[in-house]
Structures are given as structure tokens and as C-alpha cells.
Design a protein. Sequence first.
Length: 291
Amino acid sequence: MPPLNSHNSRQSEGTSSQQGPGVFSNLDATCFPAFDRGQVWLVGAGPGAPGLLTLLGYYALQKAEVVIHDALVNKEIISWANNRAEVIFAGKRGGKPSPRQEDISSRLIELAKQGLRVLRLKGGDPFVFGRGGEECQKLADAGIPFRIVPGISTGIGGLAYAGIPVTHREINHSVLFLTGHEADGRMPHSVDWRAVALASPVIVLYMALKNLPVIIDRLLAHGRNPNEKLVIISNATLQDQQVYEMTLETTPNVLEKLQIATPAIIVIGKVVGFRNSLDWYVNMMRENKIG
């Protein structure tokens, strides 16, 4: 894939437009925003499949002099960084040694003060359970200019790749997004479970697989229907995506029998039923690793 700042001659008028490889040359003359030295761009890499990265995200990879990325960012996306960029891993995975958030934020500030173009590449969307807000607060306090490039959140894009619309006019006019653990891996302690159980026909759970049996207990205790459908999507949008369907009541038994790979996104509600007709990411659709 050619860099966006490369120059390719355009076809003359009257000739058919080029299809397939090379179409990114159509963007060469596009006026992208300046990625100045001393700036930090926080970019969402999307739910997994490389092709779901935004154009601004790809542009930032071409311009950045330092790329600091999370564990869940697809390696293919990282490989698109320009070959002069320093690539730094700053991933956090539950139960494994991980860099402290304070150290990551300090590193961003330090590199920006050196006059470098710094790209902070995060899975999904930086502002959806991605701690992007915390990093931006630190940058703002230090007087570092920054830009947010939103990404496709797994709670929307991951569901779409399983044939599940997160909203549907016939089912729900709201959706509730909930994280399944605190920074230390424990159950969220400040959640009003009665309110959560009754707030929306559809609940989407991030990072909740470990605590899922306890979460379900809380939901059932506050009025959620035990026969309500629940779906777990493992490795969403990737070629090895797996989808597991069950009910709230049967989920604990299913989890005991299966070793479900993480990362996983979980959805509860009647929208799950649309998989019967909308499950499109199958067979030949998975042959292209771009997505």
C-alpha cells in the first residue's frame, strides 16, 4: 500500500478509473490536517481487522516519528507505519506484567517535548474504555497539543461482524455499554446493578469474560430475564472470529465447558436474534485478512 504522501500521476480524463491496487493514489492530493512536531495524536485502530482503520489513522502512521501501541492493535496495522518510525509496545493484558498508565502518559509527554510527532495507537476507540481521556488530561496539563482520531469501537463493529445490529428500530431505542472490570481486574464496584438491569433492552459488555458469571448473577437478581439471549464474540472481525450463543441462565455452564479466547465482546438482548438472517462474515468472506 503506497504512503498517502507519495505522488502518483493520475489518469487522464476519458480513461476508466483504476480499480484494485493503487487506488490510494487518489488521496495524494487530499489536504490532510498537519501532524506537527511536538504533537500527540491518539488514534483508534478499530476492533481488529486492519481494513477498519480510518484514513486519518493511516495518514498518522505515515507521518509519525514514534508509535506507541496497545496490545490489541493488529500487527498488520503496525507494519504500515513508515520505516523510520520508532515503534514502542505499551500493551496491558489482564494478569500479565504491564506498563503503568502513569508511565505511558509521562512517556507521551517526554517524546512530544523532544519535538517528535507522537502517535498513540489504541485498540477500538480511544475514548471508549480505552483510557484515552486520562492520557489527554495529562497532555493538556503539560501543554502538549493533541488530536483525537476516533476508531470503530468493538462494541459496534465487532457486533456487526457477527451479524448483530447494536440498535434496531423494532427492538431498542437505547443501548448500554459497560466495562466488565476495574483497572485491577476486579468487578466494577460503583455500578448500580438494578439500574443497569432495567436501563436498556441491549447491554454490551467490554472486557467482561472473567467476571461474566458474577455479572449475570447481578443482572438476574435485579429482574433480567434468565431466558434472554447472550452472545460472546471472540477475536471479533478477525479471520478466526468465533461466536457463541447462549442464554443468561445457561452462560455459567457454557463457560465451564469452553475455553473462549480473548479479547471478547459480549451482547445481551433481542438484537442477537438477527444473526439468523444477518450472519454475513462466513466462508469466503473471511479469506481476506484485511477484513
